[in-house]
Design a protein around this ligand. Sequence first.
Ligand code: NAD
Ligand code: UFG
Length: 337
Amino acid sequence: MKILVTGGAGFIGSHTCVELLNGGYEIAVLDNLCNSNIKSLERVKEITGKTFNFYNVDLLDYEATDKVFKNEKFDAVIHFAGLKAVGESVEKPLLYYHNNITGTLNLLDIMRKNGVFNIVFSSSATVYGSPKSLPIKEDFPLSTTNPYGSTKLMIEGILNDLYKADNRFSVTILRYFNPIGAHESGKIGEDPKGIPNNLMPYIQQVAIGKLPILSVFGNKYPTKDGTGVRDYIHVVDLSVAHVKAVEKKSGQPGVYVYNVGTGNGYSVLEMVKAFEKASGKEVKYKICPNRPGDIAACYADASKAEEELDWTAKFGLEEMCRDGWNWQKNNPNGYED
Ligand code: NAD
Ligand code: UFG
C-alpha cells in the first residue's frame, strides 16, 4: 500500500513517516517546507533505512499537486499539511483560511479526480471549544475560539459533505490532544521556529539554557494546583494511531472520528516537575496572567479509538519527557545543528 503524507516533513508527519515505513508501507511526502526542514526527512531515511520520494510542493499550487498524483499511484493520503499557530491565526486569519481550507479543497478535488478515496485528517481537540464536562467524548458539542480552530472545524464539515455526495470516500478524522516528546533515537523531534508557543518546547528550551524562564499562564484555574491541565500524548503513540487508521479504515467508506489522547490530564506545574526529573535540569518559572482564550482543563475519553482502531497510548509522562529531552539535548538548535 502506498500513502501520500502531506506535511510529512513536520513534527507529527515525520514521526508518522517512520511508523509507516517500519510498518511496511510505501510512502511519498508532499511539503512546501514553510514550517519544517528537509533534514527531518533525511533523518527519517536514516532511522528506517528506507527511501521515498519528496515533493517540494505547495497544496495551494493545484497543477503541481495534481502532477504528484499523476507521477505515483496512491492508495491513501494522510493530510497533516497546514498552519497551526493559534496566535498567528488571530493576526492573519486570511492566511490561515486560505492555506488550510483552499489547500485541503485542492487536495480533495485532486484525490477524487485521480481515484484516491482514503484520507486521514489531522484535526484537534481545539474543536471542542470550552468543554462542559470531562473527559471529552467525540459526540460533545463543537465550537472554536480562533481562526486556526475554525479551519479544523470547517474542514471536518467539508469532509462530511464530501462523503455525503460521494460515498466512495473513507474519511478518518483524528482529533489530537497535546502531542509532545520525540522519536527515541533523538534524530527527529519538534523544531519550532522562533520562540515556542507551546508548553513543552518552551520548557525544553529553558532546560537547555536557550530561554531564561517559563511563564506559567495562570494559577487560579479550578484545577488540582490552579494551572492549566492538558492531555499530553507521545508523538510516537499519535503516529501509530495514523497507521492504525489507514490499516483499519482504508476501503471502508464512511466518516470516522476519533479522539487521540491518553485520557490523563497533567497540570503545567506537574509537567515542569516531570521534565526536571527526566532531564536533571532546573526549569525556572514565574506565575503570569492567564493567556487569553485558554481553557482550564482538557483531556480525552479515547475509548472509541481503542474499540474501533485497536489503538491505545503506550507511553507515559516519563517517556514523553525523556524522549523530548533526548531530542533537545542532541539538537539544541533543532535541525540547524
Ligand atoms: P508542523 O508545522 O510541524 O507540520 C505541518 C507541515 O505542513 C509543515 O511541514 C509545513 O511546512 C507543511 N505545510 C503547511 N502548509 C502547507 C501547504 N500549503 N502545502 C504544503 N505543505 C504545507 O505541525 P505538526 O505539529 O506536525 O502538525 C501537523 C498537523 O496536525 C497540522 O495540521 C496541525 O494543525 C495538526 N495538529 C497539531 C497539533 C500540535 O499540537 N502539534 C495539535 C492538533 C492538531
Ligand atoms: N502554557 C504556559 N506557558 C507557556 C505555554 C503554555 O503556562 O509558555 C500552558 C497553557 O496555558 C496551557 C498549557 O500550558 O495551560 C498547554 O499549552 P500549549 O500551548 O502547549 O497547548 P494548548 O492546549 O493551548 O494548545 C495545543 C495546540 C493547539 C491545539 C490544542 C489541542 O497549540 O493547536 O493543543 O490539540 F489545538
